[in-house]
Design a binder for this molecule. Structure first.
Ligand code: SF4
Length: 237
């Protein structure tokens, strides 16, 4: 895994204003700063390979100020990716500047870099933590890394998202649900369908699976919800 060490510059794919498409803040007007690169390789990823350009902090802040003027007020600045926690050296001064401008920050992360999260936790108001199940991503199990991350994240308002495809292994899903139940049972969990055609609405068979997983999750946790991806339904960024 390669961390980006610069405090002054970061590789940014895009900065834009849109509606939050997932989780409890769905529909909220947010300002998105999307960081390039991710150290995972989920089979269904449509972001990891996007290329951006290296931007100095001052230019990022100029873009933020211009968007706020044009499309604000924004309820949160969403730090997303790729994986924003690869850029903690840059996130610190960026978040300091965002705080001065009175923004709330939402960190959208793959939920495995607990050590990096500690460095910027004080700047985060809200954490959207993905849990990556090996049966869905095609990668290795990250259960232990997710547990370590959640122990840190739980100090802030946090919600969990689990991508669900027909490949999901129920035993693996159950282990993740038990882990959340043992560490942070009040954390809302969103089951996010991975739609093969990218249209955001699950096919009937996948919807049935989501409902079954919700029932399994609700045996241990009070708040397990079906998520959709609003931005895909509305065909917006
Ligand atoms: S963690 Fe997110 S950005 Fe990284 S490869 Fe997986 S889906 Fe893509």
């Amino acid at each position: 895994m390669k961390l980006f060490p610069s405090k002054d510059r970061a590789r940014i794919t895009e900065i834009f204003s849109s509606l939050q498409g997932e989780g409890p803040r769905m529909g909220e007007r947010q300002l998105f700063i999307r960081f390039e690169s991710c150290h995972l390789a989920c089979e269904y990823c449509d972001e990891r390979m996007k290329r951006g350009r290296e931007l100095p902090l001052a230019e990022v802040l100029r873009a933020v100020d211009a968007l706020e003027k044009m499309s604000g007020p924004h309820a949160h600045v969403s730090l997303t990716g790729g994986e924003p926690l690869l850029y903690t050296a840059f996130l610190k001064p960026l978040c300091r500047e965002l705080q001065k401008r009175k923004y709330r920050t939402l960190l959208e992360t793959n939920g495995v870099l607990g050590g990096e999260l500690k460095k910027v936790l004080g700047f985060c108001h809200l954490i959207a933590m993905d849990m990556k199940l090996a049966s869905v991503t095609g990668g290795k199990s990250l259960l232990n890394e997710h547990a370590e991350f959640l122990k840190v994240a739980v100090k802030k308002e946090t919600y969990v998202k689990i991508a669900v495809s027909p490949k999901i292994d129920r035993a693996e899903y159950g282990a993740h649900i038990r882990m959340v139940a043992s560490l942070a049972p009040q954390t809302p969990v969103f089951l996010q369908p991975v739609s093969e055609r990218g249209e955001g609405i699950p096919a009937p068979k996948l919807l049935k699976l989501l409902e079954q997983l919700q029932r399994i999750g609700r045996e241990r946790l009070p708040d397990v919800r079906l998520g959709i991806q609003l931005h895909k339904v509305l065909k917006i960024r």
